[in-house]
Every structure is written in C-alpha cells, then in structure tokens.
Design a protein around this ligand. Structure first.
Ligand SMILES: [Zn+2]
Length: 576
C-alpha cells in the first residue's frame, strides 16, 4: 500500500476522553473512530488487524471441527422468553421494537438462536456432536461504556456452541475449545492466563475465563504460586477461619451509642472486628414486581462477594440492590446501623459459612444504640441459606493448598462455558438415541471478544511512541520510509524494495508521502509496523537502515540484505 493515496490520518493530540494506552494509540494511529458512546468504527489499518485476529480464530476453530455460520444480530423476544432470559439478562439487553410493536433484541450472545436452529434440524444421535461458530457484531447496552474498545456497547465477537450426546462428549468439546483458545491467544502474542470463572448470566456448571494480563484490565484474578489454583476474584472460594472452641456465653444486650459502623462498635466495646457480625441489607425485585428483603451476615472484618450472594439466592444481579432502610425497617424490624440476626422477621437471611464456627460474636440488636454480645449461630439465630459469600483478598489462604494467594489484573478476552442441558431443556432441543429414546442435547458455549483482543494486544505491546504490533496481527508487516520523494535514487531503491517484498508475499506499506522525515518516523512508530526499512542518503551507495519496531538498535545494510532479512522475519513470525 502506498501511503500517499491511503485513507489514513494520524492524530498528534491525545483524544480528550481516552484514558488508557490502547484507546489513545488506536485513535491516534487512525485505526478506530468513535461514533457514539461505546460505539466505534474501524478504519483500514485497524480493520486489517481485526481481520488477522479473525483469521487466526477461524483457523483454530476449523482445526477443531468447528463450522462457521452467520446468524442475525436481530433476535425475536420469543426465544429469549422461552429460555427465561428476556427478564434474566436485565437492562444490558438492547431491546428494540419493530413497526408493529413486536419485541426484538440486538444479540449480546446467541445461545437461544443456536439452540433454536439445532432443535429444528437435529433429531438423531447420528447428527452429533456439532460445533457451530460465527464471527459477528454483538450489542450490550452498557451503563458506563469506557476504556475504548474494552467496554463498548457494540463489539465484534466470535461465539461458538457445541452440541453433544452426553457429559463425556461435552468434556471433549470443552477441552477442544480450551486448547483452541490457548492457541489463538498465544498466536495473537498475548500474555494470558486461563482462570476459573463464574457462570454469570449464561448459566451452566463449569467455566474458564481467558485473561490477558494488564494493569488496566477490569478482571481481577486470584492465583497461587504453590499450586495451579487460578480464578476470578468473584469466583474464588474464600476459606473459612478455623472454628472456635470457646464455650458459649449468655447473650448480653449492651448500650453502644452512635456506633453505626463495625469499626465504631468494635472500638467502643474494645473488640477485634473479627468478633463482630456485619449486616448487609438488600431488596430483591422479582419477576412479578414484588419486593423481598434479604439480610446477609458476614464477619465484621470480611467483605461481601455480590456474585456469590446472587448465586446463592438464584437471582440475576440486576434484580438486587441495597435496601431503603426505612422501608425495610418497617417490614422486617431492622434498624439502620444496628441490625443483627436476632429480632429480624419477614426477611431472607443469608449467613456466611464462617459464622457457623465462630463463638460469642457481637451483633446489632435491631434496636437504636444497642448491640448484643455473645451471639452464637444455631443457639441464637439461623440462616435460610448458609454458604461462602465472602470476597477473597490478596494474602488470604489459597482455597486449594492454603498458601497466600496473589492477585493480578487482566482483560477478559475469552470465556468457555459448560452449559449442560439448561437451554436444550428449557427450549426443547432433544435427540433420539440408538433405542429411539429422547435425551436433551448437552451444550457448551465459547466466546472471544475480537475487538477487545485487539485492544488487549495494544495494551501489552506499546511504548511511549506508539503501538508495537506482534507480526501475527499487525496491519502490515513492513513499512518502507522513503525519506525524500525528490531524490531519484532513493525513490528507485524504495520502489525496488517495495516490489521485492510484494513479490515475496509480504504485506508492505511504502511511505511515499511528501512529508518531512520527522513526521514519517513518528507515524511509523505510532502505527507500530513490525519492520521498518528507511531509505535515505545511503541509497546512493545501495545502503538502507533496517529496524525492528520492538528493538532499539538500527542496522545499516545493503538494500537486498534488508529485503532478505525482512522476508525471513515475516515468514518466521506471521503465523504467530
Ligand atoms: Zn494453592
């Protein structure tokens, strides 16, 4: 491509709202353009990188027997009503109506659509297993789109769905996709970790998230260096403290004026926060519109893990919010700042498993300015649900081996799920076995954020001057910087190199713009093309300058040697 007639413009200034490197650099390099909040378009160079990532995905999906199809992004509400997710998915589902008032959504994912396709076409065990995938534009009406391509309302995604006869088949499909994902992200050059993840709104029994390590990432992962435990912090089990062997003392109501927080009451009574019970009060709006109250209790020094709480309650996260204390007080007897498990009524009580083994704790008395000492589980209160609802923190014991866990941040670029029969049963996707018996098809689903992967690559590969693309996903492999378009020798050497590289199948940009050399060098660094060959004054002696974008040093060499060096490195690295 000749830059002189390319659709291409770089920006000198950092766009005002861009906070993170990938957003800043992709905008400045003219690879993406913002259309509206969380909605971006891709310009020629950015689009080439997207296509490279897509190609890697296609090759690895096809290698595992995947078959590519393309379903519509517009999905009828009826299918989502069948699966129960028209309500369950919440306000992020981008709902639209057609002119006749019929409900549709712009798909954030396609479980319902693929299940529908397969239930209509598959009826025999002979047609299984199947793995279908698509690469498509998806929609999620995010409350706060941010960080450029990392959290958008419109994004490019590869989603695939496996259909098997039984759990054993699903295990193989899941392992195949796990392997394919590991290869895909490796080929894209990413430093990533597969970690155990929550199933979220998708449902199912097992899931891994593929996380590209990055300080700007929104995923927090807990991992262990003594064993191979790695999980998102929302998923990671938090180990209960050792059970106390203390004797139970009589409960005692004490006057604790103005002590509305755990820290206040602990200080007032001279207790460790570990000897207190923290109350968190919620209201749940269910599908019928009826409000129900929930009180969650954890030890005073712990933090609540909201994901674990909603999973324990079996509700979607959007259905729960902190309660209005006055309204809840009237209905349940709770008292803001002084709520404890004793004296509450008409309220679902969720107790963290750790509290069961603790003795003689201090809790709110459900009475203004009062607490109760020596509160014991079983004797004084019980939970409707008892399970781990604590958030793991860095340094807490590893749930597998007990060593202190470490934390890291990352960008979720892919996720694999075992769905089991959740969708096939709710939507009636059955097959007949050898004996003509009906069974629900066993499903898995697997997603990769394609545009997000591009942003993750830039987060991991850049410096103060611009992007440093890995060869496998670079928009072009080589850029030839022609210093003077007025110098016939330079022009001839640059043109020869350009033709030579094209003939060898190398994707090459010739910067033949009538610009100052400084501008050309700055743009070449910003664009991050892996190999730069500069044709300047040395051209009269047949000498050019050869430089890898990722290395600091430049090498002067004969033009033909530069040609051969570029062809060699491109061929060695372009597959990733
Ligand atoms: Zn461990």
């Amino acid at each position: 491509m000749r830059l002189s007639n390319a659709y291409f413009r770089t920006l000198r200034e950092t766009p005002a709202e861009a906070e993170i490197s990938s957003h800043i650099l992709l905008m400045r390099a003219g690879m993406i353009r913002k259309l509206a909040s969380g909605i971006y378009g891709f310009l020629p160079l950015g689009w080439r990188s997207i296509r490279k990532i897509e190609q890697i995905i296609r090759e690895e999906m096809d290698a595992k027997g995947g078959q590519e199809i393309l379903m519509s992004a517009v999905q009828p509400a009826e299918l989502w009503q069948e699966s129960g997710r028209w309500y369950g998915y919440g306000p992020e589902l981008w709902r639209v109506k057609d002119r006749n008032g019929r409900d549709f959504c712009l798909g954030p994912t396609h479980e319902e659509i693929f299940t529908d396709i397969v239930r209509n076409d598959v009826n025999s065990y002979r047609q299984l297993p199947l793995n279908l995938y698509q690469i498509q534009t998806k929609y999620r009406d995010e409350a706060r789109p941010r960080f450029g391509l990392l959290r958008t309302r419109e994004f490019i995604m590869k989603d695939s769905y496996s259909f098997d006869k039984d759990a054993e088949g699903l295990e193989k499909s899941y392992t195949d996709m796990y392997d394919a994902y590991s290869r895909i992200f490796t080929r894209c050059g990413l430093d990533f970790r597969p970690v155990e993840a929550d199933n979220g709104a998708i449902g199912g029994s097992k899931s891994h998230e593929f996380t590209a390590l990055s300080a700007v990432g929104e995923s927090e992962i807990a991992y262990c260096e003594s064993c191979d435990m790695a999980a998102t912090s929302e998923r990671a089990a938090c180990v209960d403290d050792a059970t106390s062997n203390e004797a139970m003392y009589e409960t005692e109501k004490v006057y604790t004026p103005g002590t509305k927080t755990i820290e206040d009451v602990a200080a007032y009574l001279g207790l460790d926060t570990k000897q207190t019970i923290k109350a968190l009060l919620f209201v749940v709006h269910d599908e019928t519109g009826e409000d129900k109250y929930v009180a969650a209790f954890i030890r005073g020094d712990r933090e609540l893990n909201m994901t674990k709480l909603v999973n324990a309650l079996g509700i979607p996260e959007h259905a729960i919010e902190f309660a209005d204390e006055e309204a809840m007080s009237e209905a349940t007897g709770c008292v803001g700042g002084f709520t404890g498990p004793i004296g509450l009524h008409d309220c679902k009580i969720v107790v963290d498993s750790e509290l069961v083994g603790m003795k003689n704790l201090c809790a709110g008395a459900c009475e203004v300015d009062h607490h109760i000492k020596n509160v014991n589980y079983g004797r004084d209160y019980k939970g409707d649900i008892v399970c781990d609802i604590k958030l793991i923190k860095e340094g807490y014991p590893c749930p597998v081996c007990g060593a202190p866990v470490k934390f890291a941040r990352g960008i979720e670029v892919g996720q694999v799920f075992k769905l089991g029969t959740k969708y096939s049963e709710s939507m009636g996707a059955y097959y007949k076995d050898e004996n003509m018996q009906n069974h629900p098809i066993v499903m898995g689903c697997y997603g990769i954020g394609v545009s997000r992967t591009m942003a993750a690559v830039v987060e991991q590969y850049h410096d103060g001057n611009g992007i440093i693309w890995p060869m496998s996903v670079a928009p072009y492999h080589v850029i030839i910087t022609l210093v003077s378009t007025e110098d016939e020798t330079q022009v001839r050497v640059a043109e020869d190199l350009y033709e030579g590289l094209l003939a060898a199948g190398v994707e090459v940009i010739l910067d033949d713009r009538q610009e100052r050399p400084g501008v050309k060098f700055k743009d070449a660094d910003l664009l991050g093309i892996p190999v730069r060959i500069t044709v300047g004054r040395g051209a009269s002696n047949g000498i050019v300058e050869y430089k890898m974008r990722r290395d600091a040093e430049k090498t002067e060499m004969k033009a033909d040697d530069a040609l051969q060096a570029a062809i060699a490195v491109v061929n060695a690295e372009k597959r990733g």
